[in-house]
Write a protein that binds this ligand. Structure first.
Ligand code: C2O
Ligand code: CU
Ligand code: CU
Length: 498
């Protein structure tokens, strides 16, 4: 194994930082050197006392050295940027002990999990500066790669931007029995995709222009697990990647630089019924996917994001629908994989991964429309004549509960997008199923459990939601666009489960 010299690392990230001020189309990231070992968020299992797993999470202000010799102000959970990978097991009791050492309020939301409303960590579960929040719940969800992030009202985008997010991995008997690549950071690799906008001095302030408020904050530098220009030394014939799009606004269209096929084995809420073979994967903010990728000895390949996308989502510098007058992002490279000369054998991928029944909308107790809109965008907004982000004509109001859903029933939610941008629609407290997109059945990668689904401009997506286990007349859950600038600007609503 060769170690990068300090000089080559500097050439790599230095070149990237300098290139960020060139016109977008002119930076060719294939010239850059991917020399920094990918940071692997440490597993955090906490400690079990009296049958409860307690997980300490301390939210703090810190500095992070993304670029050699430059210090960047960041927020982190236990660490300086992002958090540990919290690892829990289905069926166990968990107590999260979240300590806020910031001088501002925050919250931590368990994205994707079925939890009591009081434990959800949304805008109603504010943690004051200096306070500690200790929600308890039983892990109800099947094995999956979930995540957690800050979620205070109007402050989600800037806090996540600064670093308040982490992975939450759930195991269960079924995942144990599958015997997939599972050595953390070796052949089971977390991949948190983000982009951040850095200044030459290394700072990454959250400073939005009017354009950013509309399109969402798009970065000039890709980060993977907080690493700039990362590389992974591959020592096995097959590796599993647990992808999370933890960006504020960028929708990535992922491929490998050689166009190789790979297997998608899981979506947001766990395993697909069977591996879905593909060469391309669209991942919007909030979405996760698990992949298994095969390697030959000695080869080098990069995970890249390419322009375009079926629902109008692009990556960095884009995130806009087709037909919007926005610049098109060039391709950009995210992480390099280098396979060793001899690779340890990997087990063949099981052909059966899960046993999800086809979703059956005929059982639904209610059908609800959700119309995503950006009223008064464009010329009106430029002239200062309003503008906003709405669902069914309303912007988020903590004091308004939009509807009640009944526990243990299914509902069909009809999500239509009448705006010119793609919106990743997310629902708390559930893993739903995609019924159709404009009447067409979902692609195999979207046919499993989901908690976030991209709805393209002028598209209608029907989902079948189900709320298990918990009811609370008073405290709501959220549904919202996971472009964090849109969420903070009001494209969010609230429902209770009764
Ligand atoms: Cu990932 Cu309401 O959040
Ligand atoms: Cu959520
Ligand atoms: Cu949106």
């Amino acid at each position: 194994m060769t170690h990068p010299t300090r000089r080559s690392v500097l050439q790599g990230s230095g070149a990237l930082l300098a290139s960020a001020w060139l016109p977008r189309g002119s930076f060719a990231q294939s010239d850059l050197k991917f020399e920094s070992p990918l940071a692997i968020p440490p597993l955090h299992r906490g400690t079990v006392t009296d049958g409860v797993r307690e997980i300490d999470l301390t939210v703090r202000a810190a500095q992070t050295e993304f670029f050699s010799g430059l210090k960047t102000d960041t927020l982190g959970i236990n660490g300086s940027y992002l958090g540990p990978a919290v690892r829990v097991r289905k069926g166990e009791k968990v107590r999260m002990k979240v300590q806020n050492t910031l001088d501002t309020v925050t919250t931590l939301h368990w994205h994707g999990l079925n939890v009591p409303a009081a434990a959800d960590g949304g805008p109603h579960q504010v943690i004051e500066p200096g306070a500690t929040w200790t929600p308890e719940f039983t892990v109800q969800d099947a094995a999956a790669t979930m995540w957690f992030h800050a979620h205070p009202l109007h402050q989600t985008a800037n806090q996540v931007w600064a670093g308040l997010a982490g992975l939450l991995v759930i195991d269960d008997d079924a995942s144990d029995a599958l015997d997939l690549p599972g050595t953390w950071g070796v052949d089971d690799i977390p991949v948190i995709l983000q982009d951040r906008r850095f200044n030459r001095d290394g700072s990454m302030p959250y400073a939005t222009s009017m354009h950013d408020e509309m399109a969402g904050m798009i970065g000039n530098i890709p980060l993977v697990n907080g690493t700039v220009l990362p590389k992974v030394e591959v020592g096995h014939e097959a590796i599993r990647l647990r992808l999370l799009n933890g960006s504020n606004a960028s929708i990535y269209n992922l491929e490998f630089s050689d166009g190789r096929t790979f297997q998608q084995i899981a979506s947001d809420g766990g395993f697909l019924n069977a591996p879905a073979e593909t060469t391309t994967l669209r991942l919007a903010p909030g979405e996760r996917a698990e992949l298994v990728v095969a390697f030959a000895p000695g080869e080098t390949v990069r995970l890249v994001s390419v322009p375009g996308g079926t629902a109008g989502g692009g990556g960095m510098g884009m995130g806009m629908g087709r037909g919007m007058m926005m610049e098109q992002s060039p391709s950009f490279h995210l992480v390099e994989f280098r396979a060793g000369q001899s690779l340890a054998p990997s087990k063949p991928l099981p052909q059966r991964l899960n046993d999800l029944a086809a979703p059956d909308p005929s059982t639904a107790a209610a059908t609800r429309p959700f119309e995503l809109a950006m009223p008064g965008m464009g010329p009106m907004r430029m002239l200062g004549l309003g503008g906003g982000f709405t669902i069914n004509g309303k912007s988020m109001d903590m004091g308004r509960i939009d509807f009640e859903a009944k526990r243990d029933t299914s509902e069909v939610w009809v999500v239509s997008n009448v705006s010119p941008m793609a919106h990743p629609f997310h629902v708390h407290n559930t893993q739903f199923r995609v019924l159709d997109r404009d009447g067409r059945p979902p692609a195999p990668g979207e046919a499993g459990r989901k908690d976030t689904v991209v709805v393209g401009p002028q598209e209608t997506v029907r989902i079948l939601v189900h709320f298990d286990h918990y009811a609370d007349k008073a405290l709501p859950y959220m549904f919202h666009c996971h472009i964090l600038e849109h969420e903070d600007a009001g494209m969010m609503g609230q429902f209770t489960v009764v």
